[in-house]
Design a protein. Structure first.
Length: 158
């Protein structure tokens, strides 16, 4: 049996790209990103106990307490407030390597966050189907958190 190389590669890769427009400064958007991926992490089911050590080589993991948890990745690069890059298996507990990039840039009305998740490995069909929506929810929470922080700072100045 012969398998097309193109088909085989498509079955082994994942590529998600999203853009998030945030009505907040670069600094505020970056702060909200770190909070959402770390101690403020939440899902539709409630809080998710995540830790993000925001320095090169820092860990990103789900902390279940009592030295239990799930390592998601390591900070590959961080350049405050314009870049956060993480590599690791993320939420996938099987042979896979992922790279997640958040690139932030100034926009006229605030900040543009360009998100990119690429992965290579034995990606399950359930993860392949759910990953785009999952990242969309996380990124919407980053946007909401950043805009909330910006509104709070603006009202405090009045």
């Amino acid at each position: 049996m012969m398998i097309s190389t193109e088909t085989a590669i498509e079955n082994l890769t994942l590529n998600v790209q999203q853009e998030i427009h945030v009505n907040a400064s670069l600094e505020t958007a970056f702060e909200a990103l770190l909070e959402q991926l770390g101690p403020g992490s939440e899902t539709e089911n409630g809080p998710m106990p995540m830790k993000l050590e925001a320095w090169p080589g820092g860990r990103w993991f789900r902390d279940l307490g009592d030295n239990n948890g799930h390592w998601w990745g390591a900070v590959q690069a961080i350049k405050r407030p314009t870049l956060l890059e993480i590599s690791g298996p993320l939420f996938m507990s099987y042979p896979v390597a992922s790279n997640v990039q958040y690139r932030l840039s100034k926009e006229k009305d605030g900040t543009l966050i360009k998100f990119h998740h690429s992965a290579l490995g034995l990606i399950s069909e359930d993860h392949r189907k759910g990953v785009t929506g999952g990242w969309k929810q996380i990124n919407e929470r980053v946007q909401k958190r950043a805009e909330g922080l910006a509104a709070k700072a603006k009202s405090a100045k009045r």
